[in-house]
Structure formats: structure tokens, C-alpha cells
Design a protein around this ligand. Structure first.
Ligand SMILES: Cc1cc2nc3c(=O)[nH]c(=O)nc-3n(C[C@H](O)[C@H](O)[C@H](O)COP(=O)(O)O)c2cc1C
Length: 439
């Protein structure tokens, strides 16, 4: 083995219709309503010994692009989208080892409801549940929940700190040893070990105790993706696995080092946080075949630039339909949504590049690093990248999934990584947190 092994995650672009109209998706009508594609995917990724699947979410129909829902509905862009906790339950039922990180936003669930749902997911999965902790990015989503809009970006994270404190108190409302289950004495639960929390914060309150009973893992694993300075501080405070998309090895290293330094400054062990970087490798039978597929991916991306910008509009609340694709990006663009994504796009547009060019570079062929080649050359490159960055793993973000895309990774690339001793060949532990902390 050349290096210590690294972790694997899979980014599932929402529990919704995948790649509508694309080849190899089998999407003919309503079958997206049934979970068979996701179940096949989860089983394949478990065969490949992934640590977890992250089920992304947002809970509104996009309309930031052109001020219309048309492009989102016509092309099935993050809509229809089912509830991620329900889909996560089905993934757990169909697997035994892999973790699932369910995205739930702080403004859509009261901390009590969230703590109870996550405890339930952790129980029914035997301790494999993670919560992808997000604060939301769109006023339109907030309005679906009766709010006027989302609070300002940094305030959302302040509120999320309090939210975490409330949820943690609820998970801790069952002390270790509270579950007795002693048939002889007839005691199921020791009532002295289950307490109210009487949490009263500025924004959230809850009496407790949690009626679901305790999480198997004590608390669910916390997944986070803060990108801004405030977001990174939040992620370093609470996150146990952090998913990030910095561009290039230097930026990846800087991001990870920053998270680790922030965590250490708070007295946390930085090794308890696994930073996974987004990748979307282009796998070919030969170098030439991979290059052909890369060109094809670029051509597809160019042909679908409006749809892709619509997605970008959705997470930034900026109407990219109102800009000329062939002019430089407007300077003063600001967002109350995903700030890191917009910052990266702006960097790509530096030097007066057109929006089309900047966006092509932003989302072109690679995410954190370009990976294009055969399974052997990609595995070797992933090894090099991890050694340079220092850890901790990759989050595969292959866009909308098809069984073909999943098989190329799970049954093509991962065995090549395993042969090099770079990723696990079996699950050592029963719970997600233990598997994440194994190396
Ligand atoms: C891999 C990844 C997955 C994410 N998943 C979601 C998600 O499912 N729902 C959501 O609202 N935001 C999601 N985000 C956005 C983050 O929560 C966060 O808003 C974003 O990374 C920008 O961070 P910032 O707000 O600190 O700038 C994701 C980000 C990344 C990088």
C-alpha cells in the first residue's frame, strides 16, 4: 500500500427523477416514482464498500432562471423530488453496511422533529445514519414553510449553531444505559436516565426528552458542506464528514487544512473530521476512449448550458437568464444562497472571460480535480491527489445517476482502487461513525 486508505462517498442529486430523457436511464414515464434505481445504486455502492451515500435535497420548485418554473419542470431539474428521509429509509432497508446521509434543512424541521426523525433513521439502520445539515439557500423554499424568506447568510449559521445545541440536547436526553430491557425486573427503560432538556434559545426551544429513544450511535453522524468562512467555521464545529468542492490540489489542501486548524482550535481532534472532495471521473476503455467521452461531456454541457445555469440560478437565486452568455460576468454579483459556488464561478471568470467560458470552466469536465482515463490511470491519479492533499477521501458526484454510471464506478473504478489498497474491501464496523474513524 502506498498510502493510508481513503474514504468514499456518493452524492445522489436528490431523491428525484434522474437524468430525464438521457440514454441509459430507463426513464420512461413514471418509474422515477419507485425506488428501484436508488436501491440498485445503494446495493452496488455497498458492494464497492462506500462509506456513505449523501442524499441531497431542496424543497421547492425552481423558478430563479428567467423568473419561470418552465425550464425546471420541462427538463425535470430537481423536480419532481421526493422526501429524502423516506427514500433514505428504503435505502437502509435494502442494505446492511453502507451509511446514508439524509439532507434536512434547519428551516424545514423543528429541532425536535428532526432529532426524532434522525434517531429513528439511526435505529432502523443499526447506526448508519448521518444528517447532512443544511441551512437552505432560497427564499422560495422558505415561503413554502410560511416564512417571508431566509435569514441573512451568516445569521443562518448563528441560528444553526443554536439548532445543533438543541438537537444535541435532545439526543442526549437518553443517557447511556437508559435502555434496560430486563425481563426479570420488568423494566424496559430506567426513567432516572431519561430527562427533559428544557432548551430555551433565542430561536429554538424544546422541552424533551425525545420520545423516540436514543440513537444507536448516540447522535447521528453530522455531514456538512459549509464553504464560506462562516460556513467553514460551522462545519469545523459540528461536522464529522465535510463535503467540499474546491478547485485544484492547492485549494483542496488549503480547505482541508483550514477545517482541521479551526477544529483543533476548538479542542476537537481533526482526525474525527473526514473531508471528502467532489469528483466526477470520466472512465474509458482506453485513454483515447476516455478523451472521446470527455469531449462528448463538454459538448453535452455546452448544449445544455441553459439547464445547467438554471440549476446554478436555483442555488444562488440569481437570474442567469438575464445575462448575455457572451459577455463577461457582471462584477457586483452577490448571493444570499450558496456563496462558495458563486465565488468559484467569479474566479473562473477573472480576466474578462465570458459567462459561457467561465461556466464551462466551472462545471466543464472535472470538479475538485480532473480525472479522465482508464480505471488504472484514474486510480493512480486519485492516489497521488490524496497523498498531496493529505486525506480524507472523495465524494462521487456523477450528476444524475443511471445504472450504467453506477456500475462504471462501483464495478470498474473501485476494484482498481481496492487492488492498490486505497479503499476498503470490507466493512470493519457496524456503525457509520466507527467506519469513518477507522482510518
Ligand atoms: C457536496 C455538497 C452537497 C450539498 N448538498 C446540499 C443540499 O442537499 N441541500 C442544500 O440546501 N445545500 C447543499 N449544499 C450547499 C451547502 O449546504 C452550502 O450552502 C454550500 O456549500 C455553500 O456554503 P456557504 O453557504 O458556507 O457558502 C451542498 C454543498 C456541497 C458542496
Amino acid at each position: 500500500m502506498t498510502a493510508r486508505p481513503f474514504h468514499l462517498g456518493w452524492f445522489l442529486q436528490g431523491s428525484s427523477v434522474q437524468a430525464w430523457g438521457e440514454p441509459w436511464t430507463g426513464n420512461i414515464g413514471r418509474e422515477w416514482m419507485y425506488p428501484s434505481l436508488f436501491i440498485d445504486m445503494a446495493q452496488a455502492l455497498e458492494r464497492a464498500c462506500f462509506d456513505y451515500i449523501l442524499v441531497e435535497d431542496s424543497s421547492y420548485v425552481g423558478e430563479a432562471y428567467g423568473g419561470s418554473r418552465e425550464i425546471y419542470l420541462k427538463h425535470g431539474l430537481s423536480v419532481p423530488r421526493q422526501d429524502p428521509a423516506i427514500v433514505s429509509t428504503l435505502l437502509f432497508a435494502a442494505t446492511k453496511h453502507i451509511g446514508v446521509a439524509t439532507t434536512l434543512a434547519t428551516f424545514t424541521h423543528h429541532p425536535y422533529l428532526l432529532a426524532r426523525m434522525m434517531a429513528t433513521l439511526d435505529q432502523v439502520s443499526g447506526g448508519r445514519a448521518a444528517w447532512n445539515m443544511v441551512t437552505g439557500s432560497s427564499d422560495m423554499a422558505a415561503r413554502n414553510y410560511g416564512l417571508d424568506g431566509l435569514p441573512e447568510h451568516d445569521l443562518r449559521y448563528d441560528m444553526a449553531d443554536e439548532y445543533m445545541a438543541c438537537a444535541n440536547a435532545l439526543w442526549d436526553s437518553w443517557e447511556p444505559g437508559a435502555l434496560v430491557a430486563d425481563r426479570e425486573s420488568g423494566v424496559l427503560v430506567d426513567h432516572t436516565k431519561v430527562r427533559s432538556v428544557d432548551f430555551k434559545g433565542q430561536w429554538y426551544s424544546s422541552r424533551g426528552p425525545l420520545n423516540s429513544g436514543p440513537c444507536i450511535q448516540g447522535r447521528p453522524v453530522i455531514a456538512q458542506a459549509g464553504g464560506s468562512a462562516r460556513g467553514r467555521q460551522f462545519a469545523a464545529t459540528h461536522g464529522e464528514t465535510i463535503v467540499a468542492n474546491p478547485k485544484g490540489i492547492e485549494a483542496m489542501k488549503a480547505y482541508r487544512n483550514d477545517i482541521r486548524a479551526r477544529a483543533a482550535a476548538m479542542g476537537r481532534n481533526p482526525d474525527d473530521i473526514k473531508v471528502l472532495f467532489l469528483v466526477n471521473p470520466i472512465i474509458g476503455e482506453s485513454a483515447q476512449h476516455a478523451e472521446e467521452r470527455r469531449l462528448q461531456r463538454l459538448a453535452n454541457a455546452d448544449a445544455k448550458i441553459a439547464q445547467r445555469l438554471a440549476h446554478f440560478s436555483k442555488v444562488t437565486n440569481i437570474d442567469f437568464a438575464s445575462f448575455d452568455l457572451d459577455k463577461p460576468i457582471e462584477e457586483g454579483l452577490r448571493t444570499n444562497g450558496h456563496q462558495q459556488n458563486l465565488d468559484t464561478l467569479k474566479k473562473m471568470g477573472a480576466g474578462g472571460k465570458t459567462l459561457r467560458q467561465a461556466f464551462t470552466d466551472y462545471s466543464g469536465t472535472g470538479l475538485s480535480v480532473d480525472l479522465c482515463g482508464t480505471v488504472e490511470t484514474i486510480a493512480a491519479r486519485m492516489d497521488e491527489v490524496m497523498q498531496e492533499v493529505g486525506g480524507d477521501g472523495f465524494l462521487f458526484s456523477m450528476g444524475d445517476v443511471s445504472r450504467r454510471v453506477v456500475a462504471e464506478v462501483a464495478d470498474g473504478l473501485i476494484p482498481a482502487l481496492q487492488a492498490r489498497g486505497l479503499t476498503r474491501t470490507g466493512y470493519t464496523h457496524a456503525t457509520l461513525r466507527e467506519n469513518l474513524r477507522e482510518f
